[in-house]
Design a protein around this ligand. Structure first.
Ligand SMILES: [Zn+2]
Length: 228
């Protein structure tokens, strides 16, 4: 029980330098880097079809599969947007989505931000929005559910929302809708791909929803359960 913490969180050498102006405590709870990266972790199994139990060198990690995937997608979308705009595909048939007048106004007001995120559309009569393109990462997903979520989000954030924050919100919502869900059984190859992709995104970047992605299960805490 008195065993020293071997975990990455406790070792200063493994905690990367934080960007100026961001509190360390807040950052660490968002995305805890695995000591040697996520890719080399041994995948033990999936709990409740939503959490990935992994271990390495006396360190055990529980990863929220949705939060992790969402985070990776969000960082990729931000990089795409900055480089050349988010990759988008035209819908074969533009989709008419019912929204309230206020939500429609919010969508129209943020049309440029939405286009940057791969969503081109326009107001369509009373109480509807016509969507013409979808971000490529959302192929086959429910366009109506996404647009209604975006409309509600943008409407709630109001006109005073800075453009930059509106873009972040839009990309976070797109990433959320594209990510694997809790309740989805993942195969080993899908888990390996997810773990590898987690090493490819910046550890200290802003997290879309601010929830933790990975938590450490301390060996000493597990042993204490068995009074070892
Ligand atoms: Zn989400």
């Amino acid at each position: 029980v008195a065993e020293p913490a071997t975990a990455y969180v406790a070792s200063p050498a493994t905690v990367p330098t934080l960007p100026l102006g961001r509190p360390a405590a807040a950052q660490e709870s968002l995305w805890q880097p695995a000591a040697q990266g996520f890719r080399p972790l041994r995948f033990v199994g999936q709990l409740f079809d939503g959490y990935l139990l992994c271990e390495r060198d006396g360190q055990a990690l529980l990863i929220d599969q949705h939060a992790a995937h969402e985070r990776v997608l969000y960082e990729r979308l931000q990089a795409e947007r900055a480089a050349r705009g988010v990759e988008a595909d035209p819908l074969l048939v533009p989709e008419t989505i019912a929204v309230s007048a206020a939500e429609c106004a919010a969508l129209v007001e943020h049309a440029d931000r939405l286009r940057d995120a791969g969503l081109e559309g326009e107001a369509f009569g009373d109480g509807a929005y016509l969507l013409r393109t979808m971000p490529r990462c959302l192929r086959d997903r429910d366009a109506g559910a996404l647009v209604r979520a975006l409309a509600a989000e943008l409407d709630a954030s109001g006109a005073s929302d800075a453009a930059r924050r509106a873009v972040d919100r839009v990309l976070a919502t797109v990433a959320c809708h594209a990510a694997v869900r809790v309740g989805q059984r993942l195969g080993e190859s899908q888990v390996s791909a997810l773990l590898a992709s987690m090493d490819g995104v910046p550890v200290n970047a802003h997290c879309p929803h601010g929830r933790p992605v990975a938590v450490e299960l301390r060996r000493s805490a597990i042993e204490a359960l068995f009074q070892r």
